[in-house]
Design a protein around this ligand. Sequence first.
Ligand SMILES: Cc1cc2nc3c(=O)[nH]c(=O)nc-3n(C[C@H](O)[C@H](O)[C@H](O)COP(=O)(O)OP(=O)(O)OC[C@H]3O[C@@H](n4cnc5c(N)ncnc54)[C@H](O)[C@@H]3O)c2cc1C
Ligand code: SF4
Length: 664
Amino acid sequence: MIAAEQDKNFNNFLKLIKQALPKKNILFDPLSLYSYANDASHYYLVPKLVLIVDEEVEIQSIFKSAKKYKIPLTIRAAGSSLSGQSITDSVLLVISWKWRKYKILNDGNEIELQAGVIGKDANYYLAKYQKKIGPDPSSLDFAKIGGIAANNASGMCCGVKNNSYHTLKNIRVIFNNGTILDTSDEVSIQDFKKTNKFICEKIIEIRKKILINNNIKEKIQNKYKIKNTVGYSLNSFLDFEDPIDIISHLMIGSEGTLGFISSITYKTIYEDPYKKAALCFFSDLRSAMEAVLILNDENISSLEFLDATSIKCAKKELSEFLSQEINTYEHCLLIIDLRDSSEMNLNQKILEINKKINRCQNVITYSQFYENDKYQKIMKIRKSILPIVQSQRKPNFLALLEDVAFPLESLPQGSFDLKELFKQHGFENSCLFGHAKDGNLHFILEMKFENENDKIKYEIFMKNLATLVIDKHNGSLKAEHGTGRNIAPFIEVEWGKEINDIMHEIKQILDPEIILNPDVILSSDKFIHTKNLKQITEIDIHLDKCNECGACERICPSYGLSLTPRQRIVSLRAMNFIQKNNKTKIYKNMFKHFKYYGSDTCAASGMCATVCPVGVDTGKVIKNWRIKHKSVFLSYIWNFLSQFHFMIHFFGKLYLKIKTSYHD
Ligand SMILES: Cc1cc2nc3c(=O)[nH]c(=O)nc-3n(C[C@H](O)[C@H](O)[C@H](O)COP(=O)(O)OP(=O)(O)OC[C@H]3O[C@@H](n4cnc5c(N)ncnc54)[C@H](O)[C@@H]3O)c2cc1C
Ligand code: SF4
């Protein structure tokens, strides 16, 4: 499409949107756009328009208008994705605070959750039934159900068995043509089958094609024995016969490319009340990974691995668990997490593990099994490893995270090969950690993307990584963080041509105009992973550590009213960059808006620092900003109030409500 036509289409789209959404939910001033330009990944795209969506009918209108004018749309829940799937340079649909309804069903055995419910809250509602949802990403405290399901996110205990795909009971979806399918409602199913007969028939055709081809069938079966979020959930074609079941399971892991998930009903998981964890240190990487093969069985809830670099980065947090013998240059750690419904059974499990530890080679030291506070502390450290390591990157460098899985028998050699690959590419400070029980390893590389050579270095690394993981070890290039932009060019490498074609057919059936999250999962651009890479500039000693993960957003009193701490930081970084690049008009506009949205409406209580994994206190930065920009009177008031954390929520909310109604 030529630029003039694109502009005309965009303007026509905007006209329709203005009739469908309240004015305050349509954002296109530079501050709003730049504050949504990131997710937690190494990609950066500034949207043209941000739409805050409150209701299903709004989404139906937006989809229909986008289809008419071929406007790309990206859905965003908490924006904590790590592969660039919740950002866009087109239109961003942000799920508002209103999507938080839930219903406990069948005595806590099932829970219906709207797309905007935070994962941790779902577990809070289920706690009195001794239940939890299956998916357990480390980001559960801030990620939302829509994003968790659309990424098929998993974590320490989830494995393959308890992810969204396997614990899905029902789903309510809005498709690109505005149709709603609610699988909990027989009338909705029959309506969908009638009005979308073509879609159902095509899905059945694909199923037949898969079933008559043994190579394809076997490949799909094998690929899903380990964690795998590369491409669409093709196992649905083997696991189900009915097109409705296939479509609903295809939505899991579809990363906003096939439709909008409005709500999900999960089958819940029993939450063991007794939990203990021990730390076992090994002399080297290979010994630790070989121990995984000895220790691993269904009695273990999780077996978390940290390499020497991860231990070194988390030295402060781990200090009370580190003994003299530990050398943070080569020793590796396995955290052995055991859970059970009775204390007696749990102690029996410990006895069995102790016997197995005796068979492991090169154990340096093995701690007791900790419970209660110490158990929680160990788990918190493990969950925070990513931001802890990221915060210690060199100035101006990004900490780039990748996520692969090996079949368990390949784990010792695979992890060794990964370390060699990092050395070959000059990533000496790389660190490796992850869910060893599932052969799922994450690694962090320090990178910067300032020139063409940086990009080429990255491109070659990714190519070699794909060869190592897929060709040599038959693993998955993405285990739990979704395909996104980073892995989109490798779908065919992972799955082969025939299956790659099937993925494109699925997209063609459900989103023929390619309006939903283009370049995510499937892209015609073989180099999409090397484009729109984030650049980090140093701006303030307090906030340079921020890696834009989004953990601080939910606790902020101004969430939903003005900017969140992460958005304040992202905006300050953008303003700094824009000012340096002499874009004075944009800078002035952003500065004017920042005064109200960034500064005046920040409670500056430091609440955000209490949940930030690396302790970034955005309030402190804003206080400094006020002084620098002479909002002295307000600074005094806020500085005084911020000393009373228990009062700040009350005053903060009251102030923001008054200011906002005045502003509106
Ligand atoms: C510190 C940290 C730790 C993490 N740990 C883990 C981990 O252990 N395991 C793991 O799997 N991931 C992890 N992640 C990645 C990420 O948090 C998860 O994948 C999470 O599930 C994303 O949820 P979100 O609400 O942020 O979704 P977003 O990032 O907003 O969106 C995710 C995807 O879903 C789509 N989407 C969102 N809502 C909808 C909807 N209603 N309908 C259709 N599509 C939708 C988006 O378009 C996007 O493609 C981590 C991230 C961080 C920053
Ligand atoms: S301030 Fe902390 S919690 Fe917030 S985005 Fe930055 S690193 Fe994450």
